[in-house]
Design a protein around this ligand. Structure first.
Ligand SMILES: Cc1cc2nc3c(=O)[nH]c(=O)nc-3n(C[C@H](O)[C@H](O)[C@H](O)COP(=O)(O)OP(=O)(O)OC[C@H]3O[C@@H](n4cnc5c(N)ncnc54)[C@H](O)[C@@H]3O)c2cc1C
Length: 368
C-alpha cells in the first residue's frame, strides 16, 4: 500500500508538489479557503525573471524555465515571453554595473542599454533614467491557468483537494498524524507536507515541531490604465528596488516593492503603499493623474537566506517542510516540485546542480 500524505496548503507550492508526487503517494490537499490560490499565489506579479534574488533561486528558476516554455500537454498557454529592463538614474550607475557584473556570466543574454535605447523601448521614462540592462528571456506567467491545469492534472491522477478545511489541530498517534479541521472533520496521514505559505510556522507549532522563524512581508500591487499604448513595453524594474511596472494588455501593473513585516493574514493594501506606487510611477514616467482601478496586497515569506526550505524536519521524520518561497514561488514551482517530490520519497537529487542540503531545513540550524 502507498504511504498517505496530507499537504497543508493549496497554493502553487502545495498543488505543484502534489502533482509531482501523486504517482508515489496517496495525497490529499487541505486548504482553508473555498478555492486554492486565494493567498500569495493569487496575488503575484506573475513574472519569471532568471537573474533574480540569489544563486539558489536562480538555479531553481533555470530548472523551471523549460516547463513554462514547452509545457506538457494540458498546460498550453501558461507563459508568454517578455523583456525586463532594470533601470537607473545617473546616481544609480554603480548599482546597474553591479547587477550586470553579478549576473553576466550566468545570464549571457543580458545587454547594457544607453538612455536612448531605454527610451526607444519604454518612451514614457523621464530623462532621469540614463542607464539600464535588458533581459529578453523573462516570461509573463498566467498563474490562474497554471493553478487550474495543475489541480486538474492532480485530480486526474486520483488526488484529492479538500477546500474549506482549516487545520486547527494536529496529533501524532503511533507514527501516524491526525489532522482536525475547525468544523471537526479529521484526516489521517503517514506524512504531513507543510505548504501553508505564511502559516508554515503555525502548522509546525500545531504538530509540536520547532518553527523555522519565517518572516512574512507584505507587498502591494495596483492596476491602472495609462491611456497610452503600452502593451509593447517591457516590464521596468528600478535598480533601487522601489518600483516596478509591467504592461498587462491595456493596463499597467505597478508595485512600490514594499516589504513590510506582517503576521500571517489575509493581507490588504494600505493607503500609504498605494500612494507610494502612484507617486513613484509619476516620478519615473511622464504619466500623471494616475488612478488605480484595482489594488491588492499579498505576503512574501522568507527565511534569513531567502531561499526555499524543502525537506524533512531534522527531528520529526514524518514532517516535510515546503515553504519560504519569497517572491519566486511561482517561477520556481516546476523545479522545486520536481526536487521536492524526490526528497519526499527519500531519493537522492540527480541531474541537478542543487543539493539536498541547500534546500533542507537543516542548513538553517548549522553554524558553519
Ligand atoms: C505582490 C506579490 C508579487 C509576487 N510576484 C511574484 C512573481 O512575479 N513571480 C513569482 O514567482 N512569485 C511572485 N510572488 C511570490 C509568490 O506569489 C509566492 O512565492 C507563492 O505564491 C507562494 O506559494 P505558496 O503556495 O507557498 O503560498 P500560498 O499561495 O499563500 O498558499 C498557502 C496556502 O496555505 C493555506 N493554509 C494556511 N494555513 C492553513 C491551515 N491551517 N489549514 C489549511 N490550509 C492552510 C492558505 O489558505 C493558503 O492558500 C509574489 C508575491 C506577491 C505578494
Amino acid at each position: 500500500m502507498r504511504e498517505s500524505v496530507v499537504i497543508v496548503g493549496g497554493g502553487i507550492a502545495g498543488l505543484s508538489l502534489a502533482l509531482q508526487a501523486a504517482a508515489d503517494f496517496d495525497i490529499t490537499i487541505l486548504e482553508t479557503e473555498f478555492q486554492p490560490g486565494y493567498h500569495s499565489t493569487g496575488r503575484s506579479a506573475a513574472v519569471l525573471h532568471i537573474p533574480f534574488e540569489n544563486d539558489v533561486v536562480h538555479r531553481l528558476t533555470l530548472e523551471s524555465v523549460e516547463f513554462f516554455q514547452s509545457p506538457p500537454r494540458g498546460f498550453k498557454g501558461i507563459a508568454d515571453s517578455m523583456s525586463i529592463l532594470r533601470i537607473g538614474r545617473i546616481a544609480d550607475e554603480p548599482k546597474i554595473e553591479h547587477f550586470f557584473e553579478t549576473w553576466k556570466e550566468r545570464c549571457s543574454w543580458l545587454v547594457p542599454l544607453s538612455q536612448n535605447q531605454l527610451l526607444a523601448r519604454c518612451p514614457i521614462l523621464t530623462n532621469d533614467f540614463t542607464n539600464g540592462v535588458i533581459d529578453r528571456r523573462s516570461l509573463h506567467l498566467d498563474v490562474h491557468h497554471l493553478l487550474t491545469c495543475t489541480r486538474q492534472a492532480f485530480r486526474e491522477l486520483g488526488g484529492r483537494v479538500e477546500t474549506n478545511f482549516r487545520v486547527v489541530s494536529i496529533e501524532s498517534v503511533r507514527g501516524s498524524w491526525i489532522l482536525t479541521s475547525d468544523s471537526g472533520s479529521t484526516v489521517n496521514a503517514d506524512i504531513i507536507v507543510n505548504a501553508a505559505g505564511a502559516w508554515v510556522d503555525e502548522i509546525a507549532k500545531l504538530a509540536g515541531v520547532q518553527p523555522l522563524g519565517v518572516q512574512a512581508k507584505r507587498r502591494t500591487g495596483i492596476r491602472c490604465k495609462p491611456k497610452v499604448f503600452s502593451s509593447s513595453w517591457p516590464m521596468c524594474y528600478l535598480i533601487t528596488d522601489d518600483l516596478y511596472f509591467k504592461p498587462e494588455g491595456q493596463s499597467l501593473m505597478v508595485s512600490p516593492c514594499d516589504a513590510t513585516p506582517s503576521e500571517p493574514c489575509d493581507a490588504q493594501p494600505e493607503r500609504i503603499d498605494i500612494a507610494q506606487a502612484i507617486a513613484r510611477l509619476e516620478q519615473t514616467t511622464t504619466l500623471s493623474d494616475v488612478v488605480p482601478e484595482e489594488c491588492w496586497a499579498g505576503l512574501r515569506v522568507f527565511v534569513p537566506d531567502q531561499s526555499p526550505v524543502i525537506g524533512y524536519d531534522c527531528n520529526h521524520p514524518g514532517f516535510f517542510w515546503y515553504g519560504s518561497f519569497g517572491g519566486f514561488g511561482v517561477q520556481t514551482a516546476p523545479g522545486c516540485s520536481k526536487l521536492g517530490a524526490r526528497l519526499l520519497r527519500h531519493a537522492p537529487l540527480t541531474e541537478t546542480s542543487l543539493t539536498a542540503l541547500e534546500l533542507s531545513p537543516r542548513r538553517l540550524t548549522q553554524s558553519d
